[in-house]
Design a protein around this ligand. Structure first.
Ligand SMILES: [Mn+2]
Length: 341
């Protein structure tokens, strides 16, 4: 990997036009790693452009880098000498920008920077480290290895913290390593405004969202599993494993002037942290009249349940959609879970 990073630098020095790309429906890691590298290259006077099929979501605007992205660039006219991809784990994730410019991609030096274990190295050159928490962590490593610290700014450091924070769920999930924390410490030393992305992506609550969450909190449903024989130690909490769930109705969204986006985080914030949680799920209606189910578990393989409905996810976090009503979906899922648990 070290050699590939040095080769990347040689390719950068030899280039006039550099094209940066990241995965479709970009997340803060894809956004932060690409834009941090964009500003590093810009400060060295390179001709750099960033492309994606979609502009970044409105919720990234506070990072003040969204305007570097273009969705309708004529890539062959730009005629890049070097293409660098950020946080994409396969070619599919580069979507139409890749499909519509196959010839350019295949005839240009193409570097892939990523941290997904499923990435088999789809670039001509690959800087892929599955041990890294995030592509932002790898990007910082590249910047330091190439001795580019002198062009680091607080803005670039802040962009990199966005990917570290979100891909580790604020240094909580299993992506978090001692190297991740060292990277965070370095970004603090570069004067990253590290609290800003933390607030915007995790802590911020709007008034309407708080009203919706209030309705949900007071309506939490629980179903005890596996009754444990009463002993002096378990007395009063014989049922120590539960299914916890919420069903959100269309009415709740309209009463509180909220949308699906306001609901999605509550499962991580509350249901997933309930004491004795074996499985938990959140069910809500989508604008297309379908119903979305989001599941978490402490050990049960919920991705198997999701794939039985034609969807997927990870062992402990999975999701699916159905055409049934939220109420009917909940009844079916509870019946399915009771059979499995
Ligand atoms: Mn990532």
């Amino acid at each position: 990997m070290q050699q590939t990073i040095l080769d990347l630098w040689k390719a950068i020095i030899a280039s006039k036009n550099i094209l940066l790309i990241n995965h479709i429906r970009m997340d803060p890691d894809a956004f932060g790693s690409l834009s941090a590298f964009y500003y590093i290259l810009k400060s060295k006077w390179y001709q750099v452009v960033a492309v994606n099929d979609m502009m970044p979501p409105e919720s990234f605007a506070f990072l003040e880098a969204s305007d570097i992205f273009q969705t309708d660039l004529d890539i062959s006219a730009f005629n890049p000498d070097l293409i660098i991809s950020f946080d994409a784990s396969s070619l599919d994730q580069l979507w139409d920008q890749y499909k519509n410019n196959l010839e350019t991609f295949q005839s240009t030096d193409f570097y892939v920077i990523d941290h997904h274990a499923s990435n088999h190295g789809f670039g001509q050159y690959n800087i892929v480290d599955p041990e890294a928490s995030s592509t932002c962590e790898i990007t910082l490593k590249i910047i330091e290895q190439l001795g580019l610290q002198n062009v680091m700014t607080p803005k670039i450091a802040t962009l990199l913290t966005a990917g570290l924070h979100t891909d580790t769920n604020i240094y909580y999930n299993q992506n978090t390593s001692p190297d991740t924390l060292r990277a965070w410490a370095k970004l603090m030393e570069y004067w990253a405004d590290f609290r800003l992305p933390m607030f915007e992506f995790f802590k911020k609550k709007t008034f309407n969202k708080t009203k919706l969450w209030g309705q949900l909190l007071s309506n939490i449903q629980s179903l005890p599993l596996h009754s444990v024989t009463s002993t002096p130690f378990t007395k009063g909490r014989e049922n120590n494993e539960y299914i916890y769930y919420w069903i959100i109705s269309e009415q709740m969204f309209s009463d509180t002037h909220t949308t699906q986006e306001d609901a999605s985080w509550i499962i991580n914030e509350f249901l997933a942290n309930m004491e004795g949680m074996q499985v938990c799920f959140l069910i809500y209606p989508l604008p297309n009249w379908e119903t979305k189910v989001s599941m978490r578990s402490s050990a049960t393989d919920v991705s198997a349940i999701a794939s039985s409905h034609g969807w997927g996810g990870h062992k402990l976090a999975a999701w699916y959609q159905t055409k049934l009503s939220p109420q009917q979906t909940a009844e079916n899922l509870l019946a399915q879970l009771k059979k499995e648990l």
